[in-house]
Design a protein around this ligand. Structure first.
Ligand SMILES: C[S@@+](CC[C@H](N)C(=O)[O-])C[C@H]1O[C@@H](n2cnc3c(N)ncnc32)[C@H](O)[C@@H]1O
Length: 198
C-alpha cells in the first residue's frame, strides 16, 4: 500500500493510506486506565473537542464524556448499569450522540472477572456475546446520526462496520513493548443510515 506522511492543521503527524484512512503507530507504557496512556488520551481528546453529546458506556473513572457509565458501582461514572441498559435508557430519552467512546473489557477473561467482582453472574450467553457487543452496537446504530463518530479501543478493529453504515477514518496502534498486546484505537464515522447489502 502506498503511504504518504501528512501533517494536519493541528500539526499531528499522520500516515495516510491511499484509501484516505489514517494509520499511525506509537510506543507508550500500558495503563489499566486506558485514557491515562498519553497518546490514547490525545486520540480521545482530539475527537472530544468537537463534540457536544458524547457517550461512554464503559467509562471506569474517566469522566470526559457528557454521559458516562460503568457497571462497577465503585467507579466515578454517573451511571452504573450494564452498557446495554444504559444505551437503551439514552435511546428512550431521544439522545443523539455525536461521539461514542467504546472501551469495553478486552477479553472474555477480563469481562468475567469484572462481572464476578461486582456480584453479577457470568453466564453461558455472556460467553457467546462478550467481545461482539452486538446488542449495544444495534442500539447505537439506531441513535447515532450521520456524521457522528464512534471510537473503539481494544485488541481488534471490529467496530460498528460498514453494514451499520460506518467507515473507518483513523487507526492508531499503541505498542506497549515487552510482548504485551498493542492497544488499537479506531475512529469510525457514520456515513449512512442504511445497512449496506453488499
Ligand atoms: C477497559 S475498561 C475502561 C477503561 C476506561 N476507558 C479508562 O480509560 O479508564 C472497561 C470497563 O468496562 C466495565 N464493564 C465491564 N462490563 C460492563 C458492562 N456490561 N457494562 C458496563 N460496563 C462494563 C468494567 O468495569 C471496566 O471498568
Amino acid at each position: 500500500m502506498k503511504l504518504t506522511k501528512v501533517i494536519n492543521k493541528n500539526h499531528r503527524h499522520r500516515t495516510m493510506g491511499i484509501s484516505g484512512m489514517k494509520i499511525q503507530r506509537e510506543f507508550a507504557m500500558a495503563n489499566k486506565n486506558t485514557f491515562k496512556c498519553p497518546p490514547i488520551e490525545g486520540f480521545v481528546n482530539y475527537y472530544l473537542r468537537d463534540s457536544c453529546i458524547s457517550v461512554d458506556p464503559f467509562a471506569r473513572n474517566y469522566c470526559g464524556a457528557k454521559y458516562n457509565n460503568d457497571l462497577n458501582p465503585k467507579t466515578k461514572s454517573e451511571y452504573h448499569l450494564k452498557a446495554l441498559d444504559f444505551l437503551i435508557m439514552l435511546e428512550e430519552k431521544d439522545t443523539e450522540p455525536d461521539l461514542v467512546i467504546f472501551d469495553p473489557p478486552y477479553s472474555m477473561e477480563q469481562c468475567k472477572r469484572s462481572y464476578e467482582s461486582y456480584g453479577y453472574k457470568f453466564t453461558y450467553d455472556d460467553t457467546l456475546y462478550v467481545g461482539r457487543w452486538s446488542k449495544e452496537k444495534d442500539v447505537l446504530s439506531r441513535i447515532m446520526p450521520v456524521g457522528s463518530m464512534f471510537l473503539h479501543f481494544g485488541w481488534h478493529t471490529n467496530g460498528m462496520g460498514l453494514k451499520r453504515g460506518f467507515r473507518i477514518e483513523e487507526i492508531k496502534i499503541i505498542a506497549h513493548g515487552g510482548g504485551k498486546y498493542d492497544t488499537l484505537c479506531m475512529a469510525e464515522r457514520r456515513i449512512s443510515k442504511q445497512r449496506k447489502l453488499f
